[in-house]
Ligand binder design. Structure first.
Ligand code: ATP
Length: 211
């Protein structure tokens, strides 16, 4: 079984998040992608929607996308969410599964600053999707060069691959959407419809602290 692991703040989940999950699923033949909202992300300030709201929105955002599901595992675990712990947990639950950690280009750029990046690279292949405004695999780190693969190629012998996942770059971010919503503007097609309806109905992002 090939399992995609796609963590994020998802505050709120947007169209590019869903597109990234679907692109990785299709390019790498993943049986399932888990979108996992963090309980408390280590590298950011306080999220502006709470964990349960973000989990509900993530579930709604991927509702129509086959083999993409939301997972409460990091919110259930509580405290600060570290990807290495999540990969260990999934690895224990699915001992036979091959894990693919899905990252936008900014996530790849950031990875060396995460907790225990070497273990992350032992536990999972990386699946990296280009993101406007970040280098991503355009600036692949020297240590990763030997393991860089195009989607569809086999991984290096006895090691995890860094896969480049093709997707038309989408200049969408949660922060820009939060700003628009706070200003009372329409985020247009940046949000999946059900997420947009949930946000409107529950009046999220209206008068929260700004970031
Ligand atoms: P914010 O604007 O609040 O920083 P975000 O839009 O970056 O949020 P996150 O929840 O932080 O969203 O992102 C989760 C994952 O999705 C990360 O790996 C990030 O790189 C990836 N991602 C988000 N937006 C895009 C995008 N437009 N293209 C490719 N990857 C993306």
């Amino acid at each position: 079984m090939r399992l995609g692991v796609f963590g994020g703040t998802f505050d709120p989940p947007h169209r590019a998040h869903v597109a990234v999950a679907a692109a990785a699923r299709d390019a790498l033949g993943l049986d399932l992608v888990e979108m996992i909202p963090s309980a408390r992300p280590p590298h950011r300030g306080r999220a502006t929607a709470d964990a349960f709201e973000r989990l509900v929105m993530t579930a709604l955002g991927c509702l129509d996308e086959p083999r993409v599901v939301s997972s409460p595992r990091e919110i259930r675990r509580g405290s600060t969410s570290f990807t290495v712990d999540t990969l260990r947990e999934i690895g224990q639950e699915h001992a036979e599964a091959e894990l693919y950690l899905i990252l936008g280009g900014d996530g790849y750029d950031d990875l060396p600053h995460w907790r225990d990046p070497h273990t992350i690279l032992r536990l999972a292949h990386l699946a990296v999707i280009a993101r406007p405004g970040s280098d991503g695999l355009d600036a692949v780190r020297a240590a990763d060069r030997p393991r860089l693969r195009e989607a569809g190629q086999p991984p290096p012998e006895g090691a995890q691959a860094v896969y480049r996942v093709p997707m038309e770059p989408l200049a969408v971010s949660s922060r820009a959407i939060r700003r628009r919503l706070r200003a009372g503007e329409d985020p247009g097609d940046a949000l999946p419809e059900l997420v947009h309806r949930f946000i409107s109905k529950h009046q999220l992002y209206r008068d929260r602290d700004s970031d």
